[in-house]
Every structure is written in structure tokens, then in C-alpha cells.
Design a protein around this ligand. Structure first.
Ligand code: AMP
Length: 216
């Protein structure tokens, strides 16, 4: 049976870092809605142009645009065995749409690890975050620095600071999270799929907690 994992949690809690590690360990495909948008912006596609103004302000891209993009990605053959969803769903409308998409190929969300940390931790993490241009690998100047400053350890590409990782925008993204995404905690809790994980632990400990949540 296919395994679909939804990583839930506020911005900068470590979902992207953990999703990449889990994908490597499990062989499941990692789908990051934020990265899909950033790729579209890089390629200057219509979708990228639509999404950019929302992203730069730290707002959510409208549901219909986001749902269509993720549906296109998750319907590809490489997701037949399952996927790790990072940053999607972010609203109850998106969560309902995901359920319908997966039902279309007889799948379901199996488990929802909910990674948590206090807002001040999130702001510190986002403002020191560096992202690799080629594949979105994530570093932090204090907590997880690259071996060579400004270069990705994995693919050697340049690291950059995301426009929406500025302090004011991060604070707004956290507000948007509590307003629009936090209701999903209960959405998945009542379905008995939620597993809470302390995101302030060291990266390896969060991974261990995630792996044990997924095995169950
Ligand atoms: P992320 O890389 O997950 O932090 O996402 C970066 C930005 O992309 C967000 O602040 C939103 O503007 C947009 N975005 C990513 N995923 C979604 C989503 N599921 N729904 C709406 N907007 C999204």
C-alpha cells in the first residue's frame, strides 16, 4: 500500500530539512509546495508570476492555484508508492482536496507528524536560514552551517537567503500559519493521524522521532 505523509508545522520549524532526510531514508518522493512555486518563479512560468506577489508578502497563494499544482505533481507515476508532503495542505480546503486526490488512486493520508516550536525559535531559525539554489537544500548559519560558506555541501551550488525569510515577513508568515493552517491540527487529530514532535530537538533527534511515528 502507498504511504502518504503530511508534515505539519509552522514556517521554519524544520519541515523541509526533515522531509529531505526522510525522502532519502524511505525512498518516498518529497513534494514541497513552496519549492514547486519557487521553481516556477525561477522559470518565470505563468504559475510562478501568479504566486510571486503572495509569496513575497508572506501570504498564502490562493487554494485553487495551489491545489492544481500539487495535483499535477502527485498524479505522476513516481508518487504511486506514496509521497512526503511538505507545506501542503495549508488550509482545510486544501486538506479536503488532498483527500479527494488520494482517494482517486485509492490512497489516503497515513500519518501526520506535527512538528512544533515557539514563535521566537521560528523567527531565529528563519532569519539565519540559507537555501541552495539548485535543489533547495537548507542550512542555518548557527545551527546547521555548510562546510564551505555560501556553498551547498550536497551539490556545491550557491546558497541564498529567501526573500520571505526577512524578519517582518517571517513574523507575518507565522501569523498566517496560526490563522489559516493551525486548524489542520484538529482536522487530523480527530482522524487519529496526528503525532506531535518537538521541533526544538537536534535535527537527528527530530528525524528519529519522525521515523518512529511513521513506522507505527
Ligand atoms: P514554504 O517554502 O513552505 O515556506 O512556502 C513558501 C511560500 O509559498 C508560502 O509562504 C506561501 O506563500 C507559498 N505556499 C507554499 N505552500 C503553500 C500552500 N500549500 N498554500 C498556499 N501557499 C503556499
Amino acid at each position: 500500500m502507498a504511504t502518504y505523509i503530511v508534515l505539519l508545522g509552522p514556517p521554519s520549524v524544520g519541515k523541509g530539512t526533515q522531509a529531505k532526510i526522510l525522502a532519502q531514508k524511505s525512498g518516498l518522493i518529497h513534494i514541497s509546495s513552496g519549492e514547486l512555486f519557487r521553481e516556477n518563479i525561477k522559470n518565470n512560468s505563468d504559475l510562478g508570476q501568479q504566486a510571486k506577489s503572495y509569496m513575497d508578502k508572506g501570504e498564502l497563494v490562493p487554494d485553487d492555484v495551489t491545489i492544481a499544482m500539487v495535483k499535477d505533481r502527485i498524479s505522476r507515476p513516481d508518487c504511486k508508492e506514496g509521497a512526503i508532503l511538505d507545506g501542503f495542505p495549508r488550509t482545510p480546503v486544501q486538506a479536503d482536496a488532498l483527500q479527494k486526490m488520494l482517494a482517486g488512486f485509492k490512497g489516503d493520508v497515513n500519518v501526520v507528524p506535527f512538528i512544533t516550536a515557539a514563535p521566537e525559535v521560528l523567527i531565529e531559525r528563519a532569519s539565519g536560514r540559507w537555501t541552495c539554489r539548485a535543489q533547495g537544500h537548507i542550512y542555518h548559519q548557527k545551527f546547521n552551517p555548510p562546510k564551505v560558506a555560501g556553498k551547498c555541501d550536497i551539490d556545491g551550488s550557491d546558497l541564498y537567503q529567501r526573500e520571505d525569510d526577512k524578519v517582518e515577513t517571517v513574523a507575518h508568515r507565522i501569523h498566517v500559519y496560526f490563522d489559516q493552517t493551525a486548524p489542520l491540527v484538529n482536522y487530523y487529530r480527530v482522524q487519529n493521524k496526528l503525532v506531535e514532535i518537538d521541533g526544538t530537538q537536534p535535527i537527528e533527534c527530530v528525524t528519529t522521532s519522525l521515523l518512529s511515528a511513521i513506522k507505527k
